[in-house]
Design a protein around this ligand. Sequence first.
Ligand SMILES: Nc1nc2c(c(=O)[nH]1)N[C@H]1C(S)=C(S)[C@@H](COP(=O)(O)O)O[C@H]1N2
Ligand SMILES: [Mo]
Length: 396
Amino acid sequence: MVELGRRTALGALGLGGAGLLLPTRSAAALRGGGPARPIHADFADKRGMLLHRQRAPLLETPFEVFDKSVFTPNDRFFVRWHYADIPLDVDAATFRLTIGGAVRQPRALSLPELLRLPRVDVNAVNQCSGNSRALFSPRVPGAQWGNGAMGNARWTGVRLKDVLALAGVAAGARRVRFAGLDRPPEGADWFAKSLAIDHALDGEVMIAFAMNGAALPVLNGFPLRLVVPGWYSTYWIKALDQIEVLAGDDANFWMAKAYRIPTAPGASVVPGAKDFETTPINRMVPRSFFTSHAGDIAARAGAPINLRGIAMGGASGVARVDLSWDGQNWQPATLGRDHGQYSLRAWSAQLTPPAGTHVLRLRCTSTSGQTQSATPVWNPSGYMLNTIETRRVTVA
Ligand SMILES: Nc1nc2c(c(=O)[nH]1)N[C@H]1C(S)=C(S)[C@@H](COP(=O)(O)O)O[C@H]1N2
Ligand SMILES: [Mo]
């Protein structure tokens, strides 16, 4: 059982006056009387999650949540930690974010100091590299996520660029590495990820202190997390408390050995392939999903089928979402409101197919012209699945 400690001195965050509310329900209040597993309610700040692992927590968002809104509520937002030793009780008053390495002036910033910087917002999808891994065929090891290892939120914070400017990046800096308050077991590398210096300074990468207008839930990285719009969430370091500017390469296990994808197009290789060139996982790719129908669709002849869903462009916006009965001819769905290029976007369509059994295909094309894979994606780590979605439609 994960026991969540009380967050102390929350006033130091200055969130009260900003209208940012903190969850008030205790872990105890959420326990007992709820539905049986796998819908899990034992984690404070979370309800109705699919439990993949208790320690370190892996909680998936049930897919029906995505039918209600393109923004994922904080209490339904997925959770993924690598190591069991995670920060459950952070003292906001004594918390410091350190910036060191190849900088002119190493810093240790308190939360109030950080919050003095200009604030920025971005609507962005946070998606695990291994989202949908359970759909890989042949099967690959790792958390057997369905499609719910992702979420979309409005992130509020400060620009990484502004934070780095407080320390002054030294000439010759190559990368910026990030780590949080979680701790590895004896002998293992810290969970740390790094970005190329130009990316870190692009003005888009941010350090968020709020999610959908509230403080970050403990399990999603209270009090601070990195937000890397358009990139897989392995880079979105939670409970971020260390920034290190590197003058050279990053030899840490989590960059040099893990979270690497084939350099082949679509990150796809022949199942079973081993000796292929790899590169660190990076930008997300377009995806789209049905939310109106979880499985096969049954309809009456002549009656329209109302379809709904969500789409993401990946590293750029959603240009279009299309449906097809044959994989050749595509017809556009109607797009919902544009909440920004990194956000989920709703789509809808009304179709009246003739009697018979059909396969309906769905795909998103991004504003940079990328589209979903028509053939099954496969790599041994189970990353970046973005194969075209299908539904069997029977009209009688
Ligand atoms: N400190 C820390 N940050 C982390 C991780 C972690 O293990 N430790 N996991 C990363 C991975 S792989 C994912 S998928 C996301 C999950 O973010 P979430 O739990 O807020 O949904 O956190 C990322 N940030
Ligand atoms: Mo992940």
